[in-house]
Design a protein around this ligand. Structure first.
Ligand SMILES: [Zn+2]
Length: 407
């Protein structure tokens, strides 16, 4: 209702009908930019650390541009400022191939990297471990860097949960692309535990006790329902979208799961990647990739060969990849709001984590205002938008911290 009144206000505040739409459109764009600057935009998942690791980012060396101003990747300080992003959760991403010992080494090195970035750029960044931190840091014009660990594989023993909280981790995604010691993955067909393992149940309870948010992105449906059953606190999906638009893609959340998240008082942070947003686009991209593989094979090449680059470029020029667009990302927000309510949706872009698959209109962290503009156009009020930008994740995060303080 508030939303309708607000839309009516924007429309009636203009004179003639012709001018009405264009002025209104400009006013909505202006409002989108204003709200992006005014509100704290938090993002559940930004893969900067792993992108830098892959690029051989070395702490002891003077870096050029990264991560303050850079032409590379989807994230840097200047673009984040432009887009209003103030709290990107830095993903401490551990690929499934790492065994516990290697997983811990990698997790520690990525955490060290994030802290080092903040330390070397004190006027731009500060590590955050609570919503209060984020609010204080954003208030100083800086960007807060909370950290989320993507994959629980470094949790070799229950004591590691507390250890990672002390190192600054605010959420843990229970697994990644394979079943692990904790639970089954949506991408794995093995179904090792048919959900959570006995150890995984202990880990979930320990996370709640230590005030680490439980992230259900990447886990299998069975794991999800079992987590919801035993979690004493609301949970998050740090970077998942709605399965309705990508039928059969278990990595996204089904309608029932979205409703359950609402009842759990949790938050679903929408992934922007085109293959998460549009099932048809995902299919076309897979087909394209397959065709390209065949072309390379016929020439005796693999994707990794240096000589493959020219072939790949030529193929992609002749067979451009399909993309979703910013309106479709807003469809996911709408769908979650319809099923669970305005208090249960947020942004979890996966910037720096989904390669060249970002939708038209949402290509990097400067582009959040484009999404806010679409939401305003659809009748979302400023108060709604504040909830989506950070109000919802702050509520869930504070609930987890409150629970930990009492237990
Ligand atoms: Zn992920």
């Amino acid at each position: 209702m508030i939303r309708l009144l607000f839309a009516a206000f924007l429309l009636t505040s203009c004179a003639s009908s012709k001018i009405k739409s264009s002025v209104s459109d400009d006013a909505q764009k202006e409002l989108a930019n204003r709200l992006a600057q005014k509100y704290i935009i938090a993002d559940g998942h930004v893969d900067l650390p792993y992108r830098l690791k892959v690029k051989n980012f070395q702490l002891e060396k003077q870096y050029v541009g990264i991560p303050v101003k850079s032409a590379e990747g989807d994230f840097d300080f200047e673009r984040a400022k432009k887009g209003g992003l103030k709290a990107p959760f830095m993903s401490i991403y551990i690929p499934a191939s790492y065994e516990p010992a290697g997983a811990q080494l990698l997790a520690d090195s990525l955490i060290t990297m994030v802290k080092w970035i903040a330390d070397q750029n004190k006027t731009y960044y500060e590590v955050a471990t609570t919503p209060a931190d984020v609010i204080r840091i954003a208030g100083q014009g800086k960007i807060a860097l909370p950290m989320g660990m993507e994959n629980g594989s470094p949790i070799a023993t229950l004591a590691d949960v507390k250890g990672y909280r002390q190192k600054g981790i605010s959420y843990i995604t229970l697994t990644h692309s394979k079943d692990n010691k904790i639970c089954d993955s949506s991408y794995d067909t093995t179904k090792t535990w048919k959900g959570l393992s006995p150890y995984g149940r202990e880990v979930v309870k320990e996370m709640a006790k230590e005030g680490i948010l439980i992230d259900v992105s990447h886990i299998s449906d069975n794991s999800f329902y079992q987590v919801i059953e035993i979690s004493p606190v609301p949970v998050i999906a740090s970077h998942s979208s709605a399965r309705k638009f990508t039928p059969g893609f278990e990595r996204n959340m089904s309608d029932d799961m979205i409703k359950v998240m609402g009842k759990n008082n949790g938050v679903i942070m929408v992934n922007f990647g085109s293959t998460f947003v549009d099932g048809e686009v995902a299919k076309k991209r897979t087909e394209n990739q397959k065709k390209l593989g065949e072309v390379l094979k016929a020439k005796g090449l693999t994707f990794r060969d240096d000589a493959a680059k020219a072939v790949i470029d030529e193929f992609m020029k002749a067979n451009p990849n399909a993309f979703a667009d910013v309106e479709q990302v807003a469809d996911h927000v709408d769908h979650i709001v319809k099923l669970a309510g305005i208090n249960h949706v947020g942004f979890g872009s996966d910037f720096d984590g989904v390669g060249d698959s970002l939708p038209t209109g949402l290509k990097d962290v400067a582009d959040y205002p484009n999404l806010l503009y679409v939401l305003i156009k659809r009748g979302y009020s400023p108060a709604d938008i504040e909830k989506i930008c950070s109000g919802n994740i702050f509520r869930v995060w504070n609930a987890a911290l409150d629970y930990a303080a009492k237990n």
